[in-house]
Every structure is written in C-alpha cells, then in structure tokens.
Design a protein around this ligand. Structure first.
Ligand code: ADP
Length: 198
C-alpha cells in the first residue's frame, strides 16, 4: 500500500487533484466528507454533538444545523475544542476502517487541508502539495461563491506556500489549465506512484 498525503491551500485544487487520482485508481479518503458522514442523522456522532451542545444545533428534521453549530463554535474556542475532541476520533476511526478494507497494493490518498498546520507530513509515504498563485485562488473561490474578503481571510489563516513546500515530496502547479494539471498527474503516476507501489 502506498499512502499519499494530499494538501494545498483553500482553492488550490485539492478536490480536483483527488478526482484525477481517483480516475487513475487511487482510493481517496476525504477527511471533510467523512467529517460530514459521521454527523449524519442517526449516527452516534450526531447524538454526542447534540448531547454536548444542546438541541439548538439540530434542525427541525433532526439533522445537524451546521450554521447553528458553526455559530456556537465560532464564538467560543473552548466549544471548538470540545467539538474537535468529539469529531476527530470518529473521523480517524472511519478513515482507518476504509484503509483497512483496501487491497494490499492500493494507492490511498488522504485529502488533508491542514496537513502542514497539524504536523502530519510524517504519516505518509509521499506528500503531494497543490500550489496555485493566490490571485488565481481568490478568483476561483469567488466563482465558488465566497466573497473576496472571505477568500483572502481564509487563505491568510492557513500555512504559506513556503511552509507547504518545505514538507512536499512533489509540488503540483495548478495555476494553468485543468489539462495541464492532468498532464502532471500522468507524469506523477508513472514516475512516482507506480514505481513506489510496485
Ligand atoms: P480545493 O479543494 O483545494 O479547495 P478545488 O479543487 O475545489 O480546490 O478547486 C477550487 C475551484 O477551482 C473549483 O471550483 C475548481 O473547479 C476550480 N479549478 C480547479 N483547478 C482549476 C484549473 N486548473 N482551472 C480552472 N479552474 C480550476
């Protein structure tokens, strides 16, 4: 099994790279998606969150009211830590289950937005960093519905390109077209992934 840690700043193209890796046969473990799945209606995770933060974080249909929960934890760093302490072990457990079920020759990609910020580079055989210049990221995030101020604030709250570069085994440049990105993925797959896996 080859473990790839994929990271990059918000709007750099991590999800796009994940898709391209999945197209080539990788098993993608998406921490954000798992974090949503462990709080679906009927899960022990959602029950624990409701017990901790009250029924005010539930919508009328019993699902998680993400905006209400976000408002609680945004205003209170202690609440944020309590939420993380509830959710992170569930995400880790679910990720471990997915990886345990993968075949021995699998290429497993973990999409970890805060890989650098949380010091996880050592957990992977190959750390892939997607890099895109800031102005292009801001433009893409605006297209995705963020305001310019929000996009810039989120970028500023994350690690810098230099910090991500320092832990990268491979840097993918996504300032160009999707076709140019796909070419880099093809090269990465034949030159780095297949030899390492085999
Ligand atoms: P991330 O997961 O790092 O936040 P995404 O993969 O979601 O980034 O990309 C951010 C936005 O930019 C998405 O709307 C995506 O479709 C678009 N995008 C990604 N790569 C390119 C590219 N090379 N050219 C144009 N748009 C792109």
């Amino acid at each position: 099994m080859l473990r790839i840690g994929l990271t990059g700043g918000i709007g750099s193209g991590k999800s796009t790279v994940s898709r391209l890796l999945a197209d080539r046969g990788a098993l993608v473990v998406d921490a954000d998606r798992i974090a949503r799945a462990v709080l679906e209606p009927g899960t022990p995770g959602l029950a624990a969150v409701a017990a901790e933060f009250g029924d005010g974080v539930l919508a009328a249909d019993g699902s998680l009211d993400r905006a209400a929960l976000a408002a609680v934890v945004f205003a209170d760093a202690g609440a944020r830590r309590r939420l993380d302490a509830l959710v992170h072990p569930l995400v880790r457990q679910r990720s471990a289950e997915l990886i345990a079920a993968a075949p021995a020759d699998a290429v497993v990609v973990n999409d970890v937005p805060l890989l650098v910020e949380t010091g996880q580079a050592g957990s992977y055989d190959l750390v892939l960093v997607v890099e895109t210049d800031v102005e292009t990221r801001v433009a893409r995030l605006i297209e995705r519905g963020l305001t310019e101020a929000d996009a810039r604030a989120r970028i500023a709250a994350q690690a810098t390109d230099e910090q991500r570069r320092a832990v990268a085994d491979v840097v993918l440049d996504n300032s160009g077209t999707q076709a140019e990105l796909a070419e880099q993925l093809d090269r990465l797959w034949t030159e780095r992934v297949e030899p390492a896996r085999d």
